[in-house]
Design a protein around this ligand. Structure first.
Ligand code: NDP
Length: 240
């Protein structure tokens, strides 16, 4: 029987590419999103993948959302914690709201969504958890103290949970993308991209969402059962 995956933020950008790659690999996918109904219904129309709306920053909403997915689609074997946001600004000007929003959506969400999913994985002795962290959680990034802290936290989460879960057939891994050509990055002025960003990337281009999707599909597969606690960089050589 097909494995079942939940991809948070699975309706747009990198998440949508992950949802599509898992579907191509024969996995039954459910995709969550926060509030962009138009993008979600377009994605659902194009792919046939069911979509579920809730805020992954809320523990109660996540427990309810996971229950809805499991009632309507089935027990979650593969969880991809992908949903994330940025609220950039220099630290000396950063508001508590900017800090909170980024930590809540990018880090608290890992607890909120994984906690209601993991009991089932442990009971069935099989699971795959993939967390989409960031190159900026590895190296830090000016103007993103909040985001860098949250994404570095994601990596700590992965390494500790991988150790706790290994004897239950559950692998836990992180992917750290560099600049990937989603709406988030396409919003950067072309001149800035050309003169400031591309020169930092040895491969000389932005990554494609599909390149992250394929990696998730591998980590979620049977073949990757000996890969756990790893941090996979997909950044065109920008940081090693
Ligand atoms: P997008 O902004 O394109 O998409 C974000 C997705 O997450 C959307 O589906 C959005 O839903 C959902 N989402 C946002 N906040 C919440 C929330 N509170 N609850 C539920 N869902 C939420 O982002 P990307 O595809 O660019 O990024 C995906 C992940 O990859 C993020 O974790 C990001 O930090 C990380 N990343 C991205 C890089 C890049 O270059 N793009 C580089 C490194 C890491 P909705 O559509 O409703 O808003």
């Amino acid at each position: 029987m097909a494995r079942i995956a939940l991809v948070t933020g699975g309706t747009r950008g990198i998440g949508a590419a992950i949802s599509r790659a898992l579907t191509e690999a024969g996995v039954t996918v459910a995709a969550s999103y926060a509030g962009n109904d138009e993008a979600a219904s377009r994605f659902k129309g194009e792919t046939g993948i069911p979509v579920f709306k809730w805020d992954v920053g809320s523990f109660e909403a996540s427990a309810e959302g996971v229950k809805r997915v499991e009632d309507e689609v089935g027990p979650i074997d593969i969880l991809v914690n992908n949903a994330g946001i940025t609220r950039d600004g220099f630290f000396h000007k950063m508001t508590q709201e900017q800090w909170r929003a980024v930590l809540t959506t990018n880090l608290d969400s890992l607890f909120n969504v994984t906690r209601p999913v993991i009991d089932g994985m442990r009971a069935r002795n099989w699971g795959r958890i993939v967390v989409i962290s960031s190159i900026n959680g590895q190296k830090g990034q000016m103007g993103q103290v909040n985001y860098s802290a949250a994404k570095a936290g994601d990596i700590g989460f992965v390494k500790a949970l991988a150790q706790e879960s290994a004897n239950k057939g559950i692998t836990v891994n992180a992917i750290c993308p560099g600049y990937i050509g989603t709406e988030m990055v396409q919003a950067i002025a072309p001149e800035v991209l050309k003169t400031k960003i591309l020169p930092q990337i040895p491969v000389g281009r932005l990554g494609l969402p599909e390149e992250v999707g394929k990696a998730v599909s591998y980590l979620a597969s049977e073949d990757a059962s000996f890969v756990t606690g790893s941090v996979l960089s997909i950044n065109g050589g920008q940081h090693m």
